[in-house]
Design a protein around this ligand. Structure first.
Ligand SMILES: Nc1nc2c(ncn2[C@@H]2O[C@H](COP(=O)(O)OP(=O)(O)OP(=O)(O)O)[C@@H](O)[C@H]2O)c(=O)[nH]1
Ligand SMILES: [Mg+2]
Length: 239
């Protein structure tokens, strides 16, 4: 299966030179597409250098300014689908998502068992970093229960950002209607997948705190996300 890994980056110059060689070494037919928003730390140039090192396997989309995770993924999805990818992967560029899980997750996709495979923190066997502060653990768990209850989605980790999409499933999604950008982007995509009757399989992952670079997480970001969930309920009442 021809896979494209879409990696949105904002200030990941320390992570990228470690992450890209590691994913390209996996036993997969994999290309990487970095979507960088003109990171002040020079991630865009780091990505260009990696593109030279791995000709044909790494590509870079440069955007002029920070425009958010959601639009970065949407741009990356379109690009990957146009390039003929059969599967498209979403993953954070900060090593939070265990890359060693990729081959088994990809196998579920290519076997035709799933339209989307989700690396999940909230199924048995999954967990978040034990170094997370209690408030962050609580907020993340609550955010999931909250979004699931409002939207009635049977996915345990609706905010999880580690996903493998079958291209056919991604093409079936009304991507032009997707408006959310932060954490709600993940919820919106999961909600749509459920509404369209796509088969989602959750596999347990351990979500590790970023090893390098600074955290951008805040209480405010999560409260904004909580409000954004309600908008989805109205936006897709026709589906
Ligand atoms: N292109 C692009 N990438 C982004 C943007 N915001 C975040 N990212 C990337 O999206 C991924 C997830 O964002 P993170 O900042 O790690 O979010 P998080 O894991 O909730 O928070 P921390 O890891 O604690 O900072 C990372 O690879 C970021 O570099 C953005 O506006 N544009
Ligand atoms: Mg992170």
């Amino acid at each position: 299966m021809r896979l494209t890994l879409v990696l949105p980056t904002y200030n990941e110059a320390e992570n990228l030179p470690r992450l890209i060689p590691a994913v390209l070494a996996l036993p997969l037919d994999l290309r990487v597409l970095v979507v960088d928003d003109n990171s002040p730390d020079g991630t865009g140039q780091v990505a260009e250098a990696l593109k030279q090192t791995y000709p044909g396997r790494v590509d870079v989309l440069h955007r002029a300014e920070k425009q958010g995770l959601g639009t970065a993924y949407l741009a990356g999805f379109r690009y990957a689908l146009n390039q003929g990818a059969e599967g498209v992967i979403q993953m954070d560029a900060d090593f939070s998502h265990p890359i060693e899980m990729l081959p088994s997750m990809a196998a579920l996709l290519s076997d035709g068992e799933a339209d989307m495979v989700l690396g999940s923190r909230y199924v048995p066997g999954g967990a978040v970093d034990e170094r997370w502060a209690a408030w962050r653990k609580g907020l993340s768990a609550f955010g999931n229960v909250y979004a699931r209850a409002i939207l009635r989605v049977p996915i345990r980790d609706v905010t999880g950002g580690y996903r493998l999409w079958h291209s056919r499933a991604l093409r079936a999604m009304p991507l032009h209607r997707v408006r959310s950008n932060g954490y709600v982007f993940q919820v919106e995509m999961a909600y749509l997948a459920h509404k369209l009757g796509l088969r989602v399989i959750e596999v347990p992952i351990y979500f590790r705190e970023r090893q390098w670079g600074r955290s951008k997480m805040s209480f405010r970001i999560q409260v904004e996300a909580a409000i954004g969930v309600w908008r989805l309920l109205f936006r897709y009442r026709d589906l």
